[in-house]
Design a protein around this ligand. Structure first.
Ligand SMILES: C[S@@+](CC[C@H](N)C(=O)[O-])C[C@H]1O[C@@H](n2cnc3c(N)ncnc32)[C@H](O)[C@@H]1O
Length: 236
């Protein structure tokens, strides 16, 4: 089990499956998190500064971005179709609120296509565990943050190995049954989300990684054991 990296072939397969899950992404996510996902997204939103430029890494179909009101936001994802769907979903909502348009950018966390020190805050929701090189991605996030900038990440870390097995059973049996029902086939793409869940590390693993990469004031809050940990960190 590698808590830091995903091999190139596996990552390509994961991305294909994530793309296939777009039409049902929010539905299964709500089911898998017992409806708690909106509350966790709100917790991340509340940490973002009102002013300045904010980057969401791994925006997916815009599930988080659509409710980020009043902020200057850039959304990045490696899947063009995710960006297309996100733009169609987020654009009109922001226009109706009178918010500035979001910039949608294709790219990965590991090679952020931005200049050093160009963001006041970076967030990543349910994407960090999909990064193919988490340490390299965090180093890139640190590079693009301004001094004193904020990073907020949410993803389902486990507390220990036994807890990881229970979480995997939850994803595989309970959420898997629901996904099979929705996709009407057993080799449904959600299996890949269970896979990345299984290889993702513990809350502490990533506190340590954030500190080793050079972030300061690193803290983590286990919001729902096995389903949501929020990591907070600052650039020095
Ligand atoms: C499960 S979706 C999360 C969507 C959204 N942020 C949310 O709140 O639900 C994960 C997203 O992370 C993206 N992703 C995967 N690997 C990535 C990487 N190396 N760098 C940036 N984003 C990545 C995927 O393309 C996918 O759209």
């Amino acid at each position: 089990m590698d808590t830091e990296k995903i091999g190139a072939e596996e990552w390509d397969e994961l991305q294909r499956n994530l793309e296939e899950s777009i039409p049902v992404y929010d539905r299964i996510n709500r089911f898998a998190t017992l409806g708690q996902v909106s509350r966790w997204r709100r917790m991340v939103r509340d940490e973002l500064p009102q002013n300045g430029r904010i980057l969401e890494v791994g925006c997916g179909p815009g599930s988080f971005a659509e409710d980020v009101a009043g902020r200057n936001l850039v959304c990045l994802d490696p899947i063009p179709e995710m960006l297309r769907i996100a733009e169609a979903r987020v654009g009109p909502k922001r226009a109706a609120r009178g918010d500035s348009a979001v910039e949608f950018v294709e790219g990965t966390a590991e090679e952020l296509p931005f200049e050093a020190g160009s963001f006041d805050a970076v967030c990543s929701l349910f994407s960090f565990r999909d990064w193919y090189d988490k340490r390299a991605g965090l180093a890139e996030v640190l590079r693009v943050l301004k001094p004193g900038g904020t990073l907020v990440i949410v993803d389902p870390a486990k507390m220990n190995r036994l807890h990881g097995i229970l979480g995997w059973l939850w994803m595989r049996i309970w959420v898997g049954a629901y996904a099979r029902l929705i996709f009407r086939r057993s080799d449904h793409p959600w299996r890949w989300l269970a896979k990345t869940y299984a290889s993702f590390g513990t809350t502490r693993d990533y506190v340590k990684m954030l500190e080793e990469v050079g972030f300061v004031d690193v803290r983590a809050k286990v919001v729902f054991p096995g389903m949501a940990t929020i990591w907070y960190a600052s650039s020095p």
